[in-house]
Design a protein around this ligand. Sequence first.
Ligand code: DQA
Length: 145
Amino acid sequence: MRLVVLNGPNLNLLGQREPEVYGRSTLAEIEAAVRERAAALGATLEWVQSNHEGALVDAVQGLKGRADGAIVNAAALTHTSLALRDAFLAVQVPFVEVHLSNVFAREPARRHSLLADLAAGFVCGFGALGYTLALEGLVERLRHA
Ligand code: DQA
């Protein structure tokens, strides 16, 4: 099973960025934990982080034929990017949306996702653990697809 994890703007700053909201784990630490669990589940993992919307659109387009599923934290682009939504509509690759924080308990602008209704599942509010929970859910879903 080939999986890709996509991370959006500012997630490269995890660990130092608003730790009271996003926790103290760095993105590299989250990646290591997800890679370990993915290996145990027999999945290969590609890890992407970009601060650029176009690069993420390219990465979503690149999922087609190369990935069985994806885990996506589009960060602020979740709430704004019709281009990312269109890319997911185009490739039709199943994905789980993840957010470290509980976006529904935050400012109104964060309570709406342009991706959520396209997602196979949605995980938020569990901090770094959310990525592993998303992985478990995605693998389970793909195995029974
Ligand atoms: C986030 C929530 C977004 O609203 C925010 O812009 C982020 C991180 C999260 O993981 O909680 O950058 O996606």
